[in-house]
Write a protein that binds this ligand. Structure first.
Ligand code: PLP
Length: 404
């Protein structure tokens, strides 16, 4: 799909045509996004919000138009609910600090799941340490799906927040977040969704999900690095204090104290990444021009095709096979009973021009549960096709022959 928009896909790696299957780590950028960045720096670069001069007003207009575009993309009620951050990690840290200051006290509990990325564990651990609160992971079934019965038992009057990945970055599995949100809301507990691996692949509608917060990264959805989003329902964002101080986030500063700006600026201290927000808007428009359903269908079909092809490889173990997935597959290869180290597979694939990721994928608690040193992970973007899968499978067979 639309491969011609991504010049990087024509690169050679070790003398072979690049096959890029590391999209869960970061996606490639279409020419439309690259052009937007050049255009911005060439024609209207200027600091936003403070200037009366023309360029500043143009830059401000672009930043605020980007906010509206992102709000529409996830169907937020208002663009005031969109806070630009550096990425998912930054969004979750901002929320952990701000929510923690306002709502977490000694003995309170925060629930995550057993398959989270470190970004959705460590900020909550740091908060819990600060506030003497308790972080509780939802256990997983043997098939690595979330144990919803156990989740129900974890919920109590002590629970102050549930924060959960929509799609696992290791397994690609789509989590039952609708049910999780419903169960939490029954007890008036807010829910934060880590959308790093879902927003680039699925239609995410914050109003129909009714999630209270959503975090995601621009660079995983064909946009640039250094820009991301924290969505929050207005009633929550109004209640929460800013997590950083500085310019832009203030109303008035006096020696006697400071009053804070209105939403969303209260949470955007300092010069925001206004070139990044503009380029993110172009990425959003790019995805919309293809259609979210078309992207989702294409990637679902490709994932199923790849999983079927992988099943034919001797000694393969695919994790969470057959569960609904969004563009990610993790596996290992066994030679008789012995695991071939994923790093060795990754290295031999790289020598054949195939980019995959190996290791713990920043989800060590999940990898520990799986009882392996890591996995090989292939992850798709809209531009991947069956040729990529066929080339990858042939290269994998070759790597296995060498390592046996
Ligand atoms: N959450 C999940 C599920 C992820 O996959 C990632 C990145 O891989 C992150 C959070 C962190 O994203 P970023 O590094 O863009 O902040």
């Amino acid at each position: 799909m639309n491969r011609e928009d991504f010049s990087i896909l024509k690169e050679q790696v070790h003398g072979r045509p690049l096959v890029y299957l590391d999209n869960a780590a970061t996606s490639q950028k279409p020419q439309q996004v690259l052009d937007a960045i050049i255009d911005a720096y060439t024609h209207w670069n200027s600091n936003i919000h403070r200037g009366v001069h023309h360029l500043s007003q143009v830059a401000t207009m672009h930043h605020e138009e980007a906010r509206k575009a992102v709000a529409a993309f996830i169907n937020a009620q208002s663009s005031d609910e969109i806070i630009f951050t550096k990425g998912t990690t930054d969004s979750l840290n901002a929320l952990a600090f701000s929510f923690g200051e306002a709502c977490i006290h000694e003995g309170d509990e925060i629930i995550v799941s057993g398959l989270e990325h470190h970004s959705n564990i460590v900020p909550w651990q740091m908060l819990c340490e600060r506030k003497k609160a308790v972080l509780k992971p939802i256990p997983l079934h043997e098939d690595l799906s979330i144990d919803l019965a156990a989740f129900k038992h974890l919920l109590s009057t002590r629970t102050k927040l549930v924060s959960i990945a929509h799609v696992s970055n290791v397994l690609g599995t789509i989590q039952p977040i609708e049910e999780i949100i419903r169960l939490a809301h029954e007890q008036h507990i807010p829910v934060c969704i880590d959308g790093a691996q879902s927003v680039p692949h699925l239609r995410v509608d914050v109003q129909s999900l009714d999630c209270d917060f959503l975090a995601f990264s621009g660079h995983k959805m064909y946009g640039p690095t250094g820009i991301g989003v924290l969505y929050g329902k207005r009633e929550w964002l109004e209640k929460l204090p800013p997590h950083e101080g500085g310019g832009e986030m203030i109303n008035h500063v006096r020696w006697s104290g400071t009053t804070y700006n209105e939403l969303p600026y209260k949470f955007e201290a300092g010069t925001p990444n206004f070139i990044g927000s503009y380029a993110l808007q172009k990425a959003v428009e790019y995805m919309q021009s293809i259609g979210l359903e078309a992207i989702e269908n294409h990637e679902r079909e490709l994932t199923a095709y790849c999983e079927a092809q992988l099943q034919t490889v001797e000694g393969v173990q695919i994790y969470a096979p057959k569960q609904p997935k969004a563009g990610v597959i993790s596996f290992n290869i066994y030679n008789a009973q012995t695991l071939i180290h994923p790093f060795d597979i990754g290295t031999l694939l790289d020598q054949q021009g195939i980019a995959v990721r190996t290791g713990h994928h920043c989800a060590e608690p999940l990898i520990d549960t799986m009882g392996v040193p890591g996995t090989v992970r292939v992850s798709f973007g809209l531009y991947n096709d069956k040729n990529d899968v066929d080339t990858f499978i042939a290269a994998l067979q070759k790597a296995i022959q060498i390592l046996k």
